[in-house]
Design a binder for this molecule. Sequence first.
Ligand code: ADP
Length: 171
Amino acid sequence: MKDRIKIVEGDITKQDVDAIVNAANTSLLGGGGVDGAIHRAAGPELLEETRKIGGCPTGEARVSKGYRLPAKWVIHTVGPVWGGGNRNEEGLLANCYRNSLKEAERLGVKTIAFPSISTGVYRFPLERATEIALKETKKFLEKNKTMETVVFVCFGQEATKVYKEALGRIF
Ligand code: ADP
């Protein structure tokens, strides 16, 4: 199963996959970090579509087209803001991965790329977030046989190191 996971260092907007996941906010109206990068690369049509969707609660996922991105689809999910760990942040982050993969399955996506949801402005500790990302993906891949590749796009050397270490431990 490990051969269905890829860890790459780089920019998620450049990934040649069927779908990329956006770490959005509840408004779905764009923002900083990876969300801003995805909206810039996709073009203004993306905001037009996400405006119509009308928001997304934390832990859930919504689908739009990818417009000028190489990816056909963008799956927008809203990670929890880290508040110390007693506000079900871990459960909500797990929901982000589970619900994004569920949407991908529904769309017939064979290749998907994830950023490290919640670990930027939302301050979720990277090691804990990485463990949740990989464990939820493992559970999904155990049941799903059509998803070919799940790519984790790491923004920088530090994140890449953490993901590679966790991959060896979890898979
Ligand atoms: P959040 O609000 O969910 O924390 P951020 O966008 O602030 O979202 O950060 C989420 C993660 O995305 C961080 O680890 C950040 O380093 C990373 N990131 C930022 N820009 C990109 C990009 N272009 N491609 C991939 N990952 C990115």
